[in-house]
Design a protein around this ligand. Structure first.
Ligand code: SF4
Length: 230
């Protein structure tokens, strides 16, 4: 049975964040999210009070999406959202149809456990649990079982969006509670514009250095000021 996916957009660019920043990639942005972060820069994937669902979301057969990804130049697929793990069955079908020369990254907010049929074909998980500044309730945004399952794959990076000292303290506590290896932790400045990035990056870089974790750039914000689809 061919499944379908609720798709926001598909485009080619470079990976702008995380451990593989700078790599050419084809992006599959899936629609809908189970969190509502106040500073979310992709609200068009889930905030249908302010964005028209019919204009923003297309329900497409997996085969149709697969053909588009296969035709792209990049051999790195970045699945992002929204929250991609809300559509695990369709996503698993899609990535299993890709040949093994495709490297598959999935970005997730870390609230949902990946099913084995999906997880075994994912080469890299970019896990970004949300801190209290996101405006989501703690019981919704931090799901220890899901985070432990992602960590147990051995292919996951923890990417924490931080804006100030209180975020850094909260991030530090979370890293300790999860016992996540620091070599696989990145702090990333909260920034939707070049200006915000320029203001926050120096603080975030020095906070990361002091705690022995890495820093993720935000190349899309740096180069294109966060313009959609870049
Ligand atoms: S989890 Fe990601 S996509 Fe969902 S609201 Fe938060 S920032 Fe936006």
């Amino acid at each position: 049975m061919t499944r379908s996916l609720k798709v926001s957009e598909v485009f080619e660019s470079i990976q702008g964040e995380g451990a593989s920043a700078g790599e050419p990639a084809v992006f599959l942005r899936l629609a809908t999210c189970n969190l509502h972060c106040s500073w979310c820069d992709t609200k068009y994937t889930w905030d249908f009070n302010n964005h028209a669902y019919e204009a923003e979301v297309t329900t497409r057969l997996v085969d149709d999406v697969w053909r588009q990804i296969k035709a792209a130049t990049a051999r790195r697929l970045v699945v992002t959202g929204g929250e991609p793990l809300l559509q695990q069955a369709g996503l698993a079908q899609l990535i299993h149809q890709l040949s093994t020369d495709h490297f598959v990254e999935v970005e997730t907010n870390g609230t949902l456990e990946p099913k084995p049929e999906l997880s075994r074909r994912v080469d890299q998980w970019n896990v970004s649990p949300k801190l209290s500044g996101s405006g989501n309730r703690p019981g919704l945004r931090i799901r220890p079982r899901a985070l432990a399952a992602l960590a147990a794959t051995g292919r996951a990076w923890l990417k924490l969006v931080v804006a100030d000292e209180s975020d850094v303290l909260e991030a530090e506590q979370l890293i300790g509670e999860l016992a996540w290896p620091k070599a696989r932790v990145l702090f990333m400045p909260q920034a939707r514009t070049r200006r915000e990035l320029a203001l926050r990056a120096p603080f975030v870089e020095s906070a990361a250095r002091a705690r022995g974790v890495g820093v993720s750039p935000r190349l899309h914000v740096e180069r294109w000021d966060g313009r959609r689809g870049t």
